[in-house]
Design a protein around this ligand. Structure first.
Ligand code: AMP
Ligand code: MG
Length: 313
């Protein structure tokens, strides 16, 4: 059967995107982190279509995207900690896990039946424009088959999901390029980072204080995005490579060159924005294996190394 390619269009397609979502369909959307696969979060059928398109296990909950903090307050129980985080870091690549509000217009499939909901207010102007038109919240995991490399360009979405998504809103290459930092607010004062990301731990400590941080790793059942193998290319991946074996595609960093480089200048921000593009290129190359040069841990380097370890697992 011929595979029909999804339509890729810019802000001229906003009305069309809204109409598809309103009617329970899927639209791939740009965010500053990675491309998302959006559906309305208040419809069982619409949310089921996301899990089906991604081949995502039903126990892995979805992040809900909102236009502003007021919209978040309609879906979750917020307190002054959530307010402080939102005031400083929204819109932006921070997801908060909060108690689900009774009667919130979120179907149980979104939270995988948990009593909490993960909320994010994205910064990308096109996604913000879409959220402004939508009177319903949008569930949106990354727009790729489950477990595979995240998409940072429309072409990555089209290659991974094909015609299962009719429309990809084209917002260019993702500026940040790594999934959001996820922080869970627990009880009265405790908090925990469930996934490292573009917002560094230090910035959250500056707002919530270090004293109440839970440092143990989150349980796999509660945060399945923390699965050991995730964000993975199809080929074996070797970390901390100084040079390539003959059958390896080397992804360089700094002084270590390669077929491609995360950042020749050794800039971790640039490396984050290029990580998934480089992994996609490595996966598509004729070479059988992938090797990646060492990336320092500082700043967003911690999140890059988290993703690389999961990609190699
Ligand atoms: P993705 O949309 O692929 O970036 O993955 C979203 C991730 O958010 C999930 O895999 C979970 O780790 C996390 N998440 C979403 N909702 C919750 C929740 N209610 N509690 C804890 N983690 C969540
Ligand atoms: Mg994902």
């Amino acid at each position: 059967m011929p595979r029909i390619a999804p339509r890729i269009a810019g802000d001229e397609a906003l009305d069309e995107a809204f109409a598809i979502l309103r009617d329970g369909g899927l639209v791939a959307v740009p965010t500053e982190t990675v491309y998302g696969l959006a559906s309305r979060a208040d419809s069982d059928e619409a949310v089921a279509a996301i899990y089906r398109a991604k081949g995502r296990p039903l126990f892995n909950p979805l992040i809900v995207h909102v236009a502003n903090f007021a919209a978040a307050q309609r879906l979750a129980e917020t307190d002054e900690r959530a307010e402080a985080l939102a005031a400083k870091l929204w819109p932006g690549p921070l997801t908060m896990v909060l108690p689900l509000r009774a009667g919130a217009s979120i179907v149980p499939a979104v939270t995988a039946g948990l009593a909490t909901v993960a909320l994010r207010c994205p910064a990308h102007p096109l996604m913000r424009a879409l959220l402004e038109c939508c009177p319903f919240p949008l569930a949106a995991p990354s727009a790729n088959r489950s477990g595979a490399i995240s998409p940072t360009e429309p072409a990555h979405v089209a290659a991974s999901l094909g015609s299962t998504v009719p429309l990809i809103l084209d917002g260019g290459a993702c500026a940040t390029g790594l999934e959001s930092t996820i922080v869970a607010l627990r009880g009265e004062c405790q908090w925990q980072i469930l996934r490292p990301g573009p917002i560094e731990r230090e910035r959250i400590v500056a707002i919530l204080g270090a004293g109440n941080e839970i440092l143990e790793p989150a349980s796999a059942i509660e945060a399945p995005g923390q699965l050991t193998s995730h964000y993975a290319p199809a080929k074996p991946l070797r970390l901390d490579a100084e040079e390539a074996a003959p059958d390896e595609f080397l992804i360089g960093f700094g002084a270590i060159g390669g077929q491609v480089t995360l950042s020749a200048a050794g800039d971790v921000g640039e490396a984050a924005s290029r990580l998934y593009r480089c992994l996609h290129e490595a996966d598509a190359s004729p070479l059988a294996r992938i090797a990646v040069a060492p990336v320092p841990e500082g700043g967003i380097g911690a999140a890059i190394n988290d993703r690389l370890r999961r990609a190699a697992a």
